[in-house]
Design a protein around this ligand. Sequence first.
Ligand code: ADP
Ligand code: MG
Length: 710
Amino acid sequence: MAEAPARERDRQRDHAPTIPETPPSAARKTSGPARALERLHLTRDIDLALHLPLRYEDETRLTRIADAHDGDTVQVEGTVADARIEYRPRRQLVARLDDGSGTLVLRFLNFYPSHQKTLARGARVRVRGELRGGFLGREMVHPTFKAVQVDAPLAAALTPVYPTVAQLPQTYLRKAIASALTRAPLHEVLPVGAVPRGLPSLREALMTLHQPSADASMTALQDHAHPAWQRLKFEELLAQQLSQHEARRERAALRAPQLRAAAGGLHERLLSALPFQLTRAQRRVGDEIAADLAQARPMHRLLQGDVGSGKTVVAALAAAVAIDAGWQCALMAPTEILAEQHFRKLVSWLEPLGVGMAWLTGSRKGKARAQMVERVAGGEARLVIGTHAVIQDDVRFARLGLAVIDEQHRFGVQQRLQLRRKLALQGVEPHLLMMSATPIPRTLAMSYFADLDVSTLDELPPGRQPVLTKLFADTRRDEVVARIRDEIGNGRQVYWVCPLIEESAKLDLQNATETHRMLCEALPQQMVGLLHGRMPAGEKAAVMSLFTGGQMPLLVATTVIEVGVDVPNANIMVIEHAERFGLAQLHQLRGRVGRGSRESFCMLLFKSPLGESARQRLEMMEKTEDGFKIAEKDLELRGGGEVMGARQSGMPEFRIAEVPAFAELLAASRDDAKLVLGQDPQLASPRGEALRLLLYLFECDEAVRLFRAA
Ligand code: ADP
Ligand code: MG
């Protein structure tokens, strides 16, 4: 029982290396393992030392064939009793291995002449793979193997398997890491007594993880429960704490414009022009923000609120305060679709009140762009909306008083850094409001986000419809199609979402286009749209506007629609391969429906059989719509391998520490951070220098630099 999930997790880990490859646009033709190392940013000894194994292979012992059980991954050794090429059902190499205790078939569906040479009859080989009870007896399919002499020594340590890319073979990576470990500067940086009891030194921890002895517990290592892992998690949390303290200290020294709404000004007029009453939560949060804006130090606030809780209007009201006070406001969204939605909505609210607006995205080029940039620089554009195009180098604000970032976690570190630089260009710092639809559990908010004030919209606007959620095995696809045919007949609109597999943009497209074709055939009378991330922006906008306008009843989309899209008449969502999505992402997606006055449905299509954690995720979706409950379950389920979308869920990303398990370590790291800073507030001593290295290692330095005027 404990066996299966562990294996599922391993598989996920293997398929989802946590190290992103260089995006295709930036990728030059690289070749050779050395270039691959560079691309993975494994250039220095210390980088290699911190490149940790995904799992291990046990080559420290041999199992007798007679003693091995089906399903076990084992290493056996024997002589090839027979080897031949068979042609049925397809061409394959089949060898029979005999170790005296029993025999075993080795089967290769792809093979080279070198396979045949090593596996010639009479050869002595050592073989490692998963044993299966095949139709014609026990076998291993595509085992690893090598020729050996009698009594060749076994491995002394478990063999690490690292996250890597195609051009970088494990053997090369292993050697590079082993050699880096002999040189890497792994000094203890913590004061005596500060390392939590029972945890090894940094050097010991790394040696254990890279070269665990034959008797180390493979389960503890692979589940990250081993004290060596604990030590590294602790290190990361500590680094995080220190960077937070430093960020707060630096921010305290900055000056910001004091922004107040004018009596009878834009803020008041917007309030009375809105087509609805604010919820209590919106009023409260609005007050919190207004109080920050009136201060002479820059606001640094996160506004969190479940999908549909009405964050946009809160942002618009904050913008109105800034504009009232004679300053500009910038609103940035992570995707063009979302930016456009904001733009439309805010134009409809603010333009009638005489506010000058500008619109900047990547697809707006040439003269149109130059004109916008000029309006921003000249100050006529009071509210500037767009994607990260808003912070390109040539965009200069006359008087930027407030920056609002929607779905802030979707912006990369580079973009956040760029924003920071832009903001720091002026003599005074603008206020910063970040918005996120993923609720952050309190413990996390207080630790990881120690440098952030948090406002929460804990109430949905009235009239929101519940979304009835149901699971369907994909063998019942026809039923789902029949159902949406009926609903469309009744004037409803439907989203059909296909997953985005990060490693394979090609496959995504195929997924979405094939589903699109299938639905076009199934619903020949209807306009069925297709929307995916690689379409030109103009085409995307055209499709979106047909859907928003109601002419297009069915939209097949990849997760580009995940954030923020607001089409109240769409009240059905089908999610394809729902098992591949993380909980937070499913919740975000589902938030697109239930916005109108009619009953709403979410149908989760899954491919059976479901793994244990996927089953729990999907059942959670059936059970509740409460974003906080879902976020907590998400934390709980996200122990091992990374689920798709987890990285976008808005949770802090730790490289090593795993969120659910760290409460105790977190408390210790908080105490230690205080201790360290008490002795050396500027981290100027040699020990402080070493700690700075830590910040670098865990990429926290980015966070620190965010707050350092570049
Ligand atoms: P999110 O928090 O997910 O960004 P939005 O700001 O897009 O949510 O709001 C969702 C929908 O609810 C929008 O159509 C918005 O105009 C509407 N809305 C926001 N606040 C209220 C309110 N107080 N009463 C009624 N509708 C509201
Ligand atoms: Mg939104």
